[in-house]
Design a protein. Structure first.
Length: 219
C-alpha cells in the first residue's frame, strides 16, 4: 500500500492531537510533523516534503490560505486539504483559489476524512458534501469567464500578510519587527492595500479579513 506522509497545521495543540489520533486509524497514512502557524508549516514542508498537508485556515501570523498559496507555488508535489469549521462557499472558494486540493469540515467523520485524503493523494479535488456541490463548477466558470476578480486578487502576497497582522491588532512597529521590514515600508504597504480595497479604517480591514478567512471571528 502506498504510504501517504502527512503534516498537520493548526494553532490548537488539542485539535492536532485529535486529528493525529484519527489518522492513526487509517492504514497507509503517517503523520510526520506538526506546525502551529503558517510560517512553521512552510519550513516543515521544505524539510519533510510530505505528500499532504492538513491545514487550518485561521492561524496567527500567517493564515492557512496564504500558507497554502506558498506551498502550491514552491512545493507542487505537496497537496493541501483545508480543514475548516466554515461550510461557507466563499471560504471554500478562497481555499481552491489559493491552491488547495481539498476542503473538509472539522466535524467530518473518519470515513470522510479517509475518503478525502486518498482522493487528494490520487491527484483529485475533494470537497465536503456539506459545501455546495456546485462550488467546483462555479469556481471553474469564474476562472474561465470574465467576472470581476475578487478583492484579494488586488493584493500582493505581502499586502495580504500585512493585512492579516493589522487585523490581528498589531501596530505598524509590531508588524515591521515581525516581518523584518522598516516602519516606512509597512506604512507604504498599509496605504497601498487600503487604496486597493477602498477601505480606509482598521475596523473595515478587520471585517474584510474575517469575511475572506484571513482571521477567525472573535468568539
Amino acid at each position: 500500500m502506498t504510504l501517504v506522509r502527512v503534516v498537520l497545521a493548526d494553532d490548537h495543540a488539542l485539535v492536532r492531537a485529535g486529528i493525529r489520533a484519527l489518522l492513526a486509524g487509517i492504514p497507509g497514512v503517517e503523520v510526520v510533523g506538526e506546525a502551529q502557524d503558517g510560517r512553521e508549516i512552510g519550513q516543515l514542508v521544505e524539510k519533510l516534503r510530505p505528500r499532504l498537508v492538513l491545514m487550518d485556515i485561521a492561524m496567527p501570523g500567517l493564515n492557512g490560505l496564504e500558507a497554502t498559496a506558498r506551498i502550491a507555488r514552491n512545493h507542487p508535489g505537496t497537496a493541501v486539504i483545508i480543514l475548516s469549521m466554515h461550510a461557507s462557499e466563499e471560504y471554500a472558494l478562497q481555499a481552491l483559489k489559493a491552491g488547495a486540493s481539498g476542503y473538509l469540515l472539522k466535524d467530518a467523520d473518519l470515513a470522510e476524512l479517509e475518503l478525502g485524503i486518498w482522493a487528494v493523494a490520487r491527484g483529485e479535488t475533494y470537497l465536503s458534501p456539506a459545501v455546495s456541490k456546485h462550488l467546483v463548477t462555479d469556481y471553474r466558470r469564474r476562472v474561465a469567464g470574465h467576472q470581476q476578480s475578487d478583492p484579494l486578487e488586488r493584493l500582493t502576497s505581502r499586502h495580504r500578510e500585512v493585512l492579516q497582522l493589522i487585523a490581528e491588532g498589531n501596530t505598524t512597529k509590531d508588524i515591521a519587527a515581525k516581518l523584518k521590514l522598516s516602519v516606512k515600508t509597512v506604512e507604504t504597504h498599509r496605504a497601498q492595500l487600503m487604496e486597493r480595497l477602498d477601505i480606509h479604517d482598521v475596523a473595515g480591514l478587520v471585517r474584510f479579513a474575517i469575511r475572506f478567512g484571513l482571521i477567525a471571528p472573535a468568539p
